[in-house]
Design a protein around this ligand. Structure first.
Ligand code: ATP
Ligand code: MG
Length: 181
């Protein structure tokens, strides 16, 4: 799963990019929008959000009726109709069972989530995710806030496999620019 501390740090952008890049090694990737507060994956890929993961859970239907084939090797399931109780749904056995079931058809399942400091959903999702990637926005995310997020994730034994430093300005003065090129 991908998450970050606060709104707008680039969670959706980075997980969408990771999803596209991961298909390059011929892996089958599924990206699911689990930000049931402010879903945005459908906007990122310019697809409909008329039905998504919440509807799939409710209707107990064939998952293939809910996937969008957006890119070779990449399927997307959008958030769908937002239920009145997103936290309950995200903590339900049915979503855990559904993700387990989906994992039989894909090499990787990536989950987009809301910000940690604002809602408990990402901590719930972290408790059943294999790995967590935390996005940190350059000169935006305060150190103390990032530490607080990491503490919350570790409290549920989340496996934090790395962080993404996003929004780094790329200029000719930037040493990363020189190293890279
Ligand atoms: N590396 C980047 N460089 C420039 N702009 C970026 C970068 N990453 C994200 N943005 C922009 O920042 C805004 C927020 O990005 P995004 O929606 O991915 O964040 P988010 O953390 O998912 O937000 P939310 O908390 O609302 O879900 C968008 O307008 C996006 O285009
Ligand atoms: Mg987002």
């Amino acid at each position: 799963m991908g998450t970050s501390s606060l709104a707008g740090e680039g969670k959706t952008t980075t997980i969408s990019n990771i999803a596209c890049v991961m298909t390059e090694s011929n892996k089958k990737v599924l990206l699911i929008d689990l930000d049931l507060r402010k879903p945005a994956i459908h906007k990122q890929f310019k697809i409909s959000n008329k039905k998504g993961i919440t509807d799939l859970l409710l209707n107990k239907d064939e998952f293939k009726n809910y996937t969008n084939d957006v890119y070779p090797g990449l399927d997307v399931i959008t958030a769908g109709n937002i239920p009145p109780n997103p936290s309950e749904l995200l903590n339900s056995n049915s979503i855990k069972e559904l993700i387990n079931e989906l994992s039989k058809s894909y090499d990787y399942i990536l989950l987009d989530t809301p910000p940690i400091i604002l809602v408990s959903d990402p901590i719930t999702i972290a408790s059943y995710s294999d790995a967590v990637v935390l996005t940190i926005a350059y000169s935006e995310t305060e150190k103390e806030i990032a530490k607080k997020s990491i503490d919350s994730l570790l409290r549920v034994n989340a496996n934090i496999i790395g962080t993404i430093l996003n929004k780094v300005p790329v200029t000719k003065q930037n040493k990363y620019y020189y190293n890279y090129y």
